[in-house]
Design a protein around this ligand. Structure first.
Ligand code: FCB
Length: 399
């Protein structure tokens, strides 16, 4: 095996989750309200999810035993600030215990401050686009300072701001009777996008003041837009407001989170459907593991000098052997990028657990299966395999 694929000792090796998708009972969040609004998009509510609000020690025990050294999870604003200006000491203490619990088990915690869900009151006052949202976000971070001060190395301010801005556009369309594009995602809502960029800058400043040792960044959804011959300019114009402005906003950060699952083909008139003959995953996305290599290269080009961390990569499949195949190829493309000198500092697989996939449970991204009635956890073969790859410190060769 070539030493090209050998990882430095400091390389982060983890799995990711988010609070709303795993904790259960996040009843004070905008997502819970959305889940119960009767909208067609929602097939089932998050309910008890994986009950990780109570069972996080078991999740962490499993990850550490499997060979992971890092765990990315999020803390829930709706629990920490249930009403404007009213803070829950118990919720802050809960997340502080999670950070301490991770460290005790040999897992370095990466903490996400906002992963799609926000307090219901925050959305009711107009969400990110409303005046003062960055100020409110900073105030919540200050309230959570005890969590950050308890041994967190990495903080992700906002997960996939580009998707948050897309979801704002989707909600506008659904509530105003407007139409969604037949293919691809709508254009991110511009006011929301700008507000998120401001909120990120403000959050970085706030975290640095509260806990100067913490390395801050945010994680952007990479769609790996690939133009057909002749559609290069169309693809670039399409990508700019959907992705590039968020990557550019990461210039100068301590790190940039790369999240990649698939690619999007772009023709002269815009997005194209997944090719007929392509394998699709449960989410309907094209099986295209090489997207990870393309994504890290694109991020490195847009935010030169900013170290990259893969904060999400994975596949929704009921066939765990496909998860191993997919991840082998994805890691192979990562090894090639590392070999070419791209500064990548870590890899977090999405997801540690089969969890609530924003509207339904069917797409199973987990390394660990969860019985949503008994909450029993069962690691899949891919979990042992990926943990062992981490222990070996050698990435697999590209398939
Ligand atoms: C990303 C989200 C994550 C999960 C994966 C499949 O867009 O950040 O919560 O839903 O996709």
């Amino acid at each position: 095996m070539s030493t090209d694929r050998r990882l430095p000792d400091s390389f982060l090796w983890g799995a990711s989750t988010s609070a709303h998708q795993t904790e259960g009972g996040n009843t004070n969040s905008d997502w819970w309200a959305f889940e119960h609004s009767g909208i067609d998009f929602i097939k089932e509510s998050s309910g008890d999810a994986c009950d990780s609000y109570h069972r996080w020690p078991e999740d962490m025990d499993l990850l550490a035993a499997l060979g992971f050294t890092d765990y990315r999870f999020s803390i829930e604003w709706a629990r920490i600030e249930p009403a404007p200006g009213e803070y829950s000491r118990a919720a802050v203490a809960h997340y502080r215990r999670m950070v301490e619990g991770a460290i005790e088990r040999g897992l370095r915690p990466m903490v996400t401050l906002h992963h799609f869900a926000a307090p219901r009151w925050f959305m009711e006052r107009g969400g990110w686009a409303a005046t003062g949202s960055d100020e409110l976000f900073a105030r919540y971070i200050e309230a959570a300072s005890a969590v950050l001060a308890s041994g967190v190395d990495h903080v992700c301010t906002i997960n996939e701001p580009n998707m948050v801005a897309v979801m704002a556009a989707v909600q506008h369309a659904l509530t105003s009777g407007g139409a969604l594009p037949p293919l691809g995602l709508p254009l991110p809502d511009e006011a929301t996008a700008n507000a998120l960029i401001r909120a990120h800058a403000r959050a970085v400043e706030t975290v640095k003041t509260l806990a100067p040792h913490v390395r801050t960044g945010w994680s952007v959804a990479n769609q790996v837009y690939q133009p057909l011959p002749g559609a290069e300019e169309v693809a670039a114009a399409f990508r700019h407001p959907r992705e590039d402005i968020f990557l550019e906003a990461a210039r100068g950060d301590d790190w940039l989170g790369v999240q990649s699952y698939t690619r999007g083909l772009i023709g002269p008139d815009g997005p194209l459907p997944v090719p007929e003959d392509a394998e699709r995953t449960i989410t309907g996305w094209e099986y295209y593991p090489q997207s990870l290599g393309h994504a890290v290269r694109h991020c490195a080009a847009l935010a030169p000098g900013t170290p990259l961390i893969v904060t999400e990569n994975g596949i929704a499949t009921a066939d765990d052997t496909r998860r191993i195949d997919y991840t082998t190829a994805a890691l192979g493309s990562l090894a090639e990028a590392l070999h070419d000198g791209i500064d990548i500092r870590g890899y977090f697989h999405w997801s540690a657990l089969d969890n609530y996939e924003w509207g339904r449970y069917e797409p199973t991204f987990g390394l660990i299966a969860v019985d949503h009635r008994t909450f029993a956890r069962t690691p899949k073969p891919s979990a042992a395999w990926l943990g062992a790859v981490g222990r070996s410190r050698i990435l697999p060769a590209a398939a």
